[in-house]
Design a protein around this ligand. Structure first.
Ligand code: FES
Length: 188
């Protein structure tokens, strides 16, 4: 079992974590201490070769996810496409509303989107905050739900994960009694 408690906003940083690389490459679940991820902060870990975003959303960000000015712009606001396990097919696309867990791979052609959580700015006055993929301009909200009118066809995938303690997340393992395989995701 790999164990990652280090916080970083830069996913390439994890390429240098040699003690965990063999474990990660083998596809074993990895444990992440989420207690140190402050509201508004995201860390990235690597599981099965994929960047895994873990974002601690603020109350305002969670509120936005339920407002029509966000959901009205989305292609699949109710997560009907099989891009997540059943326990993430809800308005916040996660087990606990505050923690978003995504496979950080754009569903267009596989670039790594970047977090642009602040509303407005360079992405326009209507930008509610979310993820932006600079490769071809795909946009996702702060639940990884894709916007209409961008090249990416599907929401960002959610991997299997669970909490084995209140603040200890295990990426790669479902909650008890649930069988969900990453192969069930339509597109990564
Ligand atoms: S790969 Fe993300 S927009 Fe093309």
């Amino acid at each position: 079992m790999g164990a990652i408690g280090t916080v970083s906003a830069l996913w390439p940083f994890f390429a240098s974590l040699s003690p965990a690389r063999d474990t990660i490459a083998a596809g074993a679940p990895i444990d992440v201490d989420v207690s140190t991820i402050k509201p508004g902060q995201q860390i990235t870990v690597v599981w099965r070769g994929h960047p895994i975003f873990i974002l601690h959303r603020t109350p305002d960000e969670l509120k936005m996810l339920q407002e029509a000015k966000d959901t009205g712009l989305l292609r699949d606001p109710d997560s009907q496409q099989p891009q997540q396990p059943s326990y993430a097919a809800n308005w916040h696309r996660s087990l606990k509303p505050e923690h978003l867990v995504l496979i950080g791979v754009c569903t267009h052609l596989g670039c790594i989107p970047r977090l642009e959580a602040a509303p407005g700015g360079d992405l326009g006055a209507n930008w509610p905050g979310g993820y932006f993929c600079p490769c071809h301009g795909s946009k996702y909200d702060l639940a990884g739900r894709v916007f209409n009118g961008v090249p990416a066809p599907l929401n960002l995938p959610v991997p299997p994960y669970n909490y084995i303690k209140d603040n200890l997340m295990r990426v790669g393992e479902n909650p008890p009694g649930i069988n969900f395989e990453i192969s069930e995701i339509e597109q990564i």
